[in-house]
Design a protein around this ligand. Structure first.
Ligand code: LLP
Length: 415
């Protein structure tokens, strides 16, 4: 059952009417379906059945404690890219042991904190980072568990901003350099090489780039003269944003991964995956109220109370999100731009979109907003960040209150 669906003429999340949430909590508000997160996680897990694997949820996709708590309960590990994300993961009840730490710019203090916490693996992205981690681990009389992030130079065929596995991207090291790093262990006595990894991009809608990247990792594993504990293939599985795109199901993804990894079956190496969007993307919607409508010779605009500070994806990637009226979807459509109140032309949710003709005062749901929505929100234009609500069956809980103006200025003072 989809997380958001009409019952009669009312849009629901599970068994709660979105209008009831908007009434109680105000707008804009992010609403998430717990059931959908659980369903997506299990679908992903089952798709990899038969391959010993660990799902390290990419915290960056949605790092709200109430969401992380669901992932902890499901038994997920975490992929983090900052110590802030580790802090959140531990606060949500997660353990450090099942954490992998990615990112090209880990600071010395982040490395220390992660080593102290005892995280499962550092995904190291450069020779200089490896040297720094080695030095820090030695000074702490520890061994840092390390996976080298390889840049396999595979085109993920996605938006250029979220493509990460091409040689012109800043991520990882080349295959040749990875081999070199593995071959000089004596230089790195504070390092315990346990894996290799890659992450080629996000919102992938084909299986072939995953298969190509894995093939390159397999090639490397065969060349490396040491036993590795895991191969981490990152995240990246795309979701349906309602634009008619073809989507790879978790099952198809799992089948492709299984085939590509088959040459390693006998090595006993484990698979690590770092999905973010595929776990939480479809589970969230941003609920907003229509403030005004206006039109000129060229355009019709629908102005809503959510803005690019709440959901940046359309402004940043020109990305498509479905927009649904919360009540009475069956009515004539008209073409409109759905825009927010922020003083930027980039502050839009849809352009020239045929939608059921919206009225001032009514509610809309901006769908597929569970991933990289709240997590990328900001206070631009001194707008408090939206409240967030988690629905479970016929109940809902506020997992993040709307920010207050006092909180917005709490760290500021007059000079
Ligand atoms: N692992 C690493 C190392 C990553 O950099 C990412 C995402 C993931 C895993 C999770 O990828 P996913 O399964 O969610 O595709 N803000 C953009 C997406 C940026 C993704 C960055 N890295 C968006 O809104 O589309």
């Amino acid at each position: 059952m989809p997380a958001f669906e009409y019952k009669g003429s009312e849009l629901y999340c599970e068994d709660v009417a979105l209008a009831a949430i908007a009434e109680a909590v105000g707008t804009p508000v992010y609403v998430y379906s717990r059931g959908e997160i659980e369903r997506a996680y299990r679908a992903f897990d089952e798709a990899l059945d038969g391959v010993p694997h660990e799902i390290c949820y990419a915290v960056k996709a949605n790092s709200t404690l109430g969401i992380l708590g669901v992932l902890v309960e499901l038994g997920a590990g975490a992929d983090i890219v900052s110590i802030g994300e580790l802090y959140r993961w531990l606060r949500a009840g997660g353990t450090a042991e099942h954490v992998v730490f990615s990112g090209v710019g880990k600071t010395e203090s982040e490395m220390r904190t992660a080593l102290e916490a005892g995280i499962g693996c550092f995904n190291v992205e450069s020779a200089e980072e490896l040297d720094a981690l080695d030095r820090i681990a030695m000074s702490m009389h520890k061994h840092a568990p390390v996976s080298i992030r390889v840049n396999p130079d595979v085109d993920p065929q996605t938006h250029p901003y979220i493509s990460t596995g091409l040689k012109q991207n800043k991520f990882g090291v080349s295959m040749a350099e990875a081999l070199e790093l593995f071959e000089r262990p004596s230089r790195h006595r504070g390092i315990d090489f346990i894996g290799i990894d890659c992450h080629i991009g996000s919102q992938l809608t084909k299986t072939s780039p995953f298969a190509d990247a894995i093939a390159r990792l397999v090639e490397l594993v065969h060349k490396i003269d040491r036993k590795l504990r895991h191969v981490d293939i990152g995240g990246g599985l795309g979701i349906d944003y309602g634009k008619g795109e073809t989507i790879v199901s978790p099952a198809e993804y799992g089948a492709a991964v299984r085939t590509a990894l088959a040459p390693l079956t006998s090595t006993g190496v484990r698979l690590v995956v770092e999905p973010g969007r595929a776990i939480v993307g479809a589970a969230g919607a941003l609920i907003s109220r229509v403030l005004y409508r206006k039109h000129n010779d060229a355009k019709h605009f629908t102005i809503v109370d959510a803005a690019m500070n709440d959901l940046l994806r359309p402004a940043l990637y020109n990305s498509h999100h479905p927009i649904l009226p919360v009540r009475h979807p069956d009515r004539p459509t008209s073409t409109t731009d759905v825009v927010g109140p922020i003083c930027e032309t980039g502050d839009f949710f849809a352009r020239d979109r045929p939608l059921p003709a919206l009225e001032a005062g009514e509610l809309v749901a901006i769908g597929a907003a569970g991933a990289y929505g709240a997590a990328m929100s900001s206070n631009y234009n001194t707008r408090p960040r939206a409240a967030e609500v988690l629905v479970n069956g016929d109940k809902f809980a506020v997992i993040r209150s709307r920010e207050t103006y006092e909180q917005l200025v709490a760290n500021e003072r007059l000079a």
